[in-house]
Ligand binder design. Structure first.
Ligand SMILES: Nc1ncnc2c1ncn2[C@@H]1O[C@H](COP(=O)(O)OP(=O)(O)OP(=O)(O)O)[C@@H](O)[C@H]1O
Length: 696
């Protein structure tokens, strides 16, 4: 078949399918408004169908795979889309949902005539692929047809033409779905079983965030009925990043998932009884002036996030648990007596694994019931006596500790064992802050952990947890989150090479993977980078140079672009002039939708933004508390740009003072934000992290 006739055939089919979808939408019928269960279920189904049809109307499908099952006489074309659609009359599948088992063929097939199989609910189905085709449909019109594999044609492998086309497109201010071009290694992660802690070490731009979001959509489809969106949560590093990723799930037809930061979530768990100390900004502390590696390794954040510190918290909690059995009997009147061993027996028979405060409340009620029954058995009637006995009971109950998380934590910090572990004066400083209900971010994990162990987790346990930028998490944070699930079901993703928050985060994945039984843990590596051109990736890899962490360098997808520019300015004035000139050039070229100027710190960004303003160029200046990411031209400190991406990036102070030898990861983060164009500007000496001689 010629390319032209393939296009005509597909265009005709798109028109037919769209007409059918629109007809179904017209005929879907009115809402069910009744209150009874059946009506509500019918309404839910109607709503879900309408939502699927709306998704399909925007873009009915993006792929086609012609698959011949072994027992069948001929191949059958399967059209893959974001939402499954069936013919209303015949019930025949017109569009297969990308998450359906058979759709995995589309992603897993990598060429060749060898048989391929997929896992259907009835077992493995084997067969051969005859055609793999990508289709680009916009506004209901077919724009492009690309065959990446045709059986029997000379080139037997699947080509990446469509992927390269998609990667070459410019970006707007939001991350997008990638259903039409999910790669085999990404698909494997997306379709991993639910009850696992899945760890993804992926180089910058390998699609970690995107894959995790697609995995949520997959789990909701695959485990429909047992997994619910409102029992899932995504943790991201900051609110601006949340805004940046907020478009993906709705595009995949998924709503209602809690998307939050660990800090916001943690404060909620603590019922807002404490506040973060606004005067302490860890980012400003660690990034606004040079810090040594020794400072980093000895930071209170590393200690408070460690398992050694958790062991102290556990020991303290065990002591609190033991204090449920008082040392002395309860004897409100001579001869009326409950002994500690009776209490121990009650507790043992009542123990259904409840948290401390619930067990405590249960014990106090039991004592009350005991007093009542003694009262009746001894035929007492004197009201005054009753009041006295109740007062005695209250006094006795008061002796059973009822600490708040903050109280328990403060009393732990006052102990020599905690003080020996923490840097000098750090424990005392935290105790002082706790008195004013103030904490630092590193106190959140221990406090939340104590809260859940004392009071239990509020609400339903999570069906699935996603942690993005997990290299910045501590083992203790994960331990706190584990308490919020019945069984581990997590997607934990990050990149050690971008671990710029080493003062609080991990230095190797085993720090986190070892928290889960091996059988329930999956570990995947993504080495291919989809974001940046080959030139940018190769440049960024050189910045990391000999740095280890046992992580392989990023492998670029073969997408060539312009060389990376490294430019020296004679004076700082000239450097700022150059920033303005570069931005102006890039804007005039009309080639880039999003441009970022990355400064080393806020002071540098302030200077740059001011100079741009003087030159009449409007730029958004991003600060640490930013809530939204607006696209266009952005001036942002490199450490806040993590996770984001821009068509063109200007690293505005690439000198040796701004990026010293300890800043390789930060400069790597900065360089890997760029999709198509990267330029580094410096004054004085170029950072030694960039090995190349400077172009003048
Ligand atoms: N299979 C794919 N097809 C098309 N685009 C892809 C694919 N995988 C990733 N991308 C694109 O690559 C870019 C990087 O993706 P994403 O932000 O998810 O990567 P990441 O690994 O989380 O990056 P970082 O670690 O730098 O934050 C995005 O623009 C995403 O759309």
């Amino acid at each position: 078949m010629t390319v032209q006739s393939a296009f005509q055939e597909e265009a005709k089919r798109i028109d037919e399918v769209l007409a059918d979808i629109r007809k179904q939408l017209r005929e879907i019928g009115p809402r069910y408004t009744g209150n009874d269960f059946t009506e509500q279920m019918l309404e839910l189904q109607r709503e879900q169908r309408e939502q699927r049809l709306n998704v399909a109307e925007r873009e009915p499908y993006f792929g086609r795979i012609d698959f011949q099952e072994d027992a069948k006489p001929a191949p059958k074309p399967l059209y893959i889309g974001k939402a499954g659609v069936a013919d209303q009359r015949t019930n025949e599948v017109m569009v297969v949902d990308w998450r359906a088992p058979v759709a995995s063929l589309f992603y897993a097939f990598s060429g060749g005539e060898a048989p391929i199989a997929y896992e259907s609910p009835d077992g493995e189905v084997e067969g051969t692929v005859h055609l793999k085709r990508n289709l680009l449909v916009r506004e209901g019109k077919l724009e492009r047809v690309v065959d990446s594999y045709v059986r029997g044609q000379e080139d037997e492998s699947v080509t990446d033409e469509f992927l390269l086309y998609r990667l070459g497109e410019n970006k707007d201010n939001k991350l997008r779905d990638i259903v039409s071009t999910i790669q085999q290694e990404q698909d494997r992660i997306i379709r991993t079983d639910k009850n696992k802690a899945v760890f993804i070490q992926g180089v910058a731009g390998s699609g970690k965030t995107t894959v995790a979001l697609h995995r949520l959509a997959y789990l909701l489809y695959r485990y429909a009925g047992s997994v619910r969106a409102d029992r899932m949560v995504i943790f991201a590093p900051n609110r601006m990043f949340l805004d940046y990723i907020s478009g993906v799930l709705p595009e995949l037809g998924v709503g209602d998932i809690l998307q939050t930061t660990f800090a916001d979530w943690g404060l909620d768990q603590l019922g807002q009884t404490v506040r973060l100390d606004e005067a302490y900004d860890p980012m400003a502390y660690w990034f606004e002036q040079p810090r040594t590696r020794e400072e980093l390794l000895a930071s209170a954040g590393r200690v408070k996030g460690s398992l050694a510190f958790k062991a102290l918290v556990d020991a303290k909690l065990a002591l609190t648990e033991a204090s449920l059995i008082p040392d002395e009997p309860f004897e409100p009147m001579a001869g009326w007596r409950v002994t500690p061993s009776m209490i121990a027996e009650w507790l043992a028979t009542d123990d259904v694994g409840e948290p401390y405060m619930k067990r405590r409340a249960r014990l106090v009620s039991r004592l009350k019931r005991w007093l009542e029954s003694e009262w009746k058995a001894r035929r007492q009637t004197d009201a005054k006596l009753k009041a006295k006995l109740n007062a005695k009971l209250n006094a006795y109950a008061k002796k059973i500790p009822a600490p708040t998380p903050a109280q328990l934590y403060a009393s732990l910090l006052a102990e020599p064992a905690a003080q020996a572990l923490l840097p000098a004066k750090s424990a005392a400083a935290t105790i002082k802050q706790l008195k004013a209900a103030l904490i630092r971010p590193e106190d959140l994990a221990p406090l939340v952990y104590v809260q859940v162990r004392l009071n239990g987790f509020e609400g339903s346990p999570y069906d699935h947890i996603v942690i993005d930028e997990a290299q910045d998490y501590s083992p203790f944070q994960l331990e706190a989150l584990k308490l919020c699930q019945r069984q581990p079901s997590m997607t934990v993703l990050g990149d050690l090479q971008q671990g710029i928050h080493g003062y609080a985060g991990i230095h190797g994945w085993t720090e986190l993977t070892s928290l889960f039984p091996q059988a329930d843990t999956g570990y995947y590596e993504l080495d291919r980078s989809y974001r940046s051109t080959m030139e940018i990736i190769e440049f960024a890899n050189r910045v990391l140079g000999g740095m280890g962490d046992g992580v392989k360098p990023a492998v670029p997808v073969f997408r060539s672009g312009e060389a990376v520019d490294v430019v020296r300015a004679a004076t700082d004035e000239r450097r700022l002039d150059d920033v303005v000139a570069t931005v102006r050039d890039w804007q005039r070229s009309g080639e880039y939708r999003t441009i970022a100027v990355l400064g080393r710190n806020i002071a540098s960004c302030d200077g740059i933004a001011a100079r741009l303003r003087e030159a009449g160029i409007e730029a958004a200046l991003v600060q640490s508390k930013q809530e939204a990411y607006g696209g266009g031209l952005t001036v942002v400190p490199a450490y806040l740009a993590k996770g984001l991406e821009f068509d063109a990036v200007l690293v505005a102070d690439a000198d040796g003072v701004s990026y010293g030898v300890n800043d390789a990861k930060l400069l790597y983060v900065a360089c890997t934000r760029a999709l198509h164009k990267l330029k580094l500007l410096y004054r004085g000496e170029l950072t030694s992290l960039v090995a190349e001689p400077a172009a003048v």
